[in-house]
Design a protein around this ligand. Structure first.
Ligand code: SAM
Length: 212
């Protein structure tokens, strides 16, 4: 038995809603690129432990990670999740409905960068962010998140070890450079305290300091 199998058997049994969400992806020909369950459980616990009330997710797909995030919210909490592909957003909205989370979750179809600019104009504030979309734009998502963040907000992102390419000096693809820059920004920005948890392909977790 592997380490991850042991952890999965003990802590990560998926219920019918999550299994049906996976099925919906296959039915609609969507790519199987959800976060791994162990990363989902870490995010769930982070939302609970931080007492987050307003989450912004970038990259909805079929709502798998969103269901974990929304389930961790208190009754009054909300999740806004952004998805560029309208057909994916539609599948996700149905999955949130089946999960009984439709009152907490808003799925918005559109380019996350544009939507976040609009949110900024509306003076919106969030206390939890999860980035899991186009890695090239990670540095821009971080800059926008810092403007949209309430004091003490948590900023998270998946795939930030980028299959080891971020620490492979021979890898200089644009996406690798973007993820590397994002990691450096998290490490060096004085407003943040950060780490990468080696869960799955790397889960970045940062906290915005209270007094900035
Ligand atoms: N977080 C999801 C989960 O674990 O269930 C998986 C998200 S999948 C890795 C990335 C998603 O981001 C895709 O559905 C893709 O269409 C979406 N996406 C890519 N670029 C985007 C953008 N600029 N704005 C919004 N969504 C985007």
């Amino acid at each position: 038995m592997s380490e991850i199998q042991y952890i999965t058997d003990l802590y990560l049994q998926e219920d019918e809603v999550l299994l049906k969400t996976r099925e919906s992806m296959a039915q609609h020909g969507m790519p199987d690129i959800t976060i791994p369950p162990q990363t989902a459980k870490i995010l769930y616990l982070l939302v609970k432990m931080s007492g987050a009330q307003k989450i912004l997710e970038v990259g909805t797909l079929a709502g798998y990670s969103g269901i974990w995030l929304a389930r961790a919210l208190p009754e009054t909490g909300t999740l806004l999740t952004l998805e560029i592909k309208p057909q994916f957003a539609q599948v996700a909205a149905e999955n949130f409905r089946l999960a009984g989370l439709q009152n907490k979750v808003q799925v918005q179809s559109g380019n996350a960068l544009a939507v976040m600019e609009d949110l900024l104009q509306d003076n919106a504030k969030f206390d939890f962010f999860f980035f899991d979309a186009d890695k090239l734009n990670l540095p821009k998502y971080l800059q926008l998140a810092l403007k949209l963040a309430a004091p003490g907000a948590i900023i998270t992102a998946d795939n930030t070890l980028w299959k080891g390419r971020v620490y492979d000096p021979t890898s200089s693809r644009p996406t690798t450079k973007a993820v590397r820059l994002f990691n450096k920004m998290l490490a060096e920005d004085r407003r943040l305290e950060s780490i990468i948890i080696p869960s799955g392909d790397g889960l970045s977790v940062a906290r915005v300091k209270d007094n900035v």
